[in-house]
Design a protein around this ligand. Structure first.
Ligand code: PEP
Ligand code: MN
Length: 346
């Protein structure tokens, strides 16, 4: 951290800054310049509250030199983290898995139908919400424990893995018992008590980017998980809120390569929530793979017009087949491969 003094700062201002730094337990190193003086802080362990210094008289600004997150950073670990999953599948390596399923598990029959069509299309992980974070308390909230049981059964029967969302610390163990990957949704990205709880679970975690979260905030949330001991984290770009209402969210494609530069953790994309429109999902999925995404998660429904949530962004089964066909050459173009269960699980 560097404290930059104003050009008209006095010696007394500088002394106060040096003293404040020393009171905080760090060493202050003034660096005189031709126009202004800066003060370097030696031994900064990331715990300094910059406002303690920026509010002092004579201070122009406080510049952060090191990133506020550590364990998730590329400096901490240069090599890509490859998140290992059951059945030889992984996220973050050469192979790219496709995650597909309905927004929510709506019935035993529905999730079995979807599992079969996901498997037939070549997807390898089945998604489906049992606990749904809905904006309105009057909207469909998910079928809870029954949905988890049906989801697990449908996936086991078809040779797929399960990802599903956990909404609160109370249901963390229940979700863990039924899933291979635990999803933390966009709305809960900064639910710190949930992050601490899920970080102590033994399953890989998919951490979605918050609806209005900066990349730094997203990575700090991943840091919460990692600080609890869970290093098997996958980040998911799912679109951020913007002024333009044409699409539901703005899928931040640049965030994919930008985040991969900052962190060793894998990054996948969710073009379904990212656009809110099924006809935009395939082009955005192609773009995400081209941008270096380590996976894609999409919503699909046997009858999207009858879906209890997110029908407009749910692919028709035929569109999922098309997506899989389209992604193969995109993956090949960036030196990777779309992995299918046939190549791993069976
Ligand atoms: C979901 O994946 O079903 C979901 C609710 O996504 P998000 O948290 O990104 O809105
Ligand atoms: Mn959804």
């Amino acid at each position: 951290m560097l404290v930059v003094m104003r050009h008209d700062a006095t010696d007394a201002h500088l002394r106060d800054v040096v003293q404040a730094i020393e009171t905080l337990g760090y060493e202050a190193r003034p660096i005189p310049g031709s126009l202004r003086t800066a003060v370097g802080i030696v031994g900064n362990d990331g715990r300094i509250d910059a406002t303690r210094l920026s509010s002092l008289d004579g201070v122009r600004e406080v510049i952060h030199i090191t990133k506020p997150y550590r364990r998730v950073s590329r400096e901490w670990r240069a090599d890509d983290t490859v998140v290992a999953l059951p059945g030889g599948l992984s996220i973050g390596g050469h192979d790219i898995p496709i995650i597909a399923g309905p927004c929510a598990v709506e019935s035993e029959e529905q999730i079995h139908d979807v599992a079969r069509l996901v498997r037939a299309a070549g997807g390898s992980i089945l998604r489906g919400g049992a606990f749904k974070p809905r904006t309105s308390p009057y909207s469909f909230q998910g079928l809870g424990k029954d949905a988890l049981r049906w989801l697990r059964h449908a996936a086991d029967e078809t040779g797929l893995l399960v990802i599903t969302e956990v909404m609160d610390p109370e249901s963390a163990e229940l979700v863990e018992a039924h899933s291979d990957i635990i999803q933390i949704g966009a709305r809960n990205m900064q639910n710190f008590s949930l992050l601490r709880r899920v970080g102590r679970l033994s399953r890989p975690i998919l951490l979605k980017r918050g609806i209005a979260a900066t990349i730094t905030e997203w990575l700090l949330s991943a840091e919460y998980l990692m600080n609890e001991g869970n290093e098997q984290i996958v980040l998911c770009e799912r679109g951020i809120r913007s002024f333009d209402q044409t699409t539901r969210n703005v899928l931040d494609l640049a965030a994919i390569p930008a985040t991969r530069q900052l962190t060793h953790l894998p990054v996948i994309a969710d073009p379904s929530h990212g656009t809110g429109d099924r006809d935009l999902v395939i082009p955005m999925a192609r773009a995400a793979i081209a941008a270096g995404a380590d996976g894609v998660m999409v919503e699909v429904h046997p009858h999207p017009d009858q879906a209890l949530s997110d029908g407009a962004q749910s692919l028709y089964p035929k569109q999922l087949d098309q997506l899989m066909r389209d992604l193969e050459p995109m993956a090949a173009a960036v030196g990777r491969r779309i992995v299918t269960p046939a190549a791993t699980l069976s």
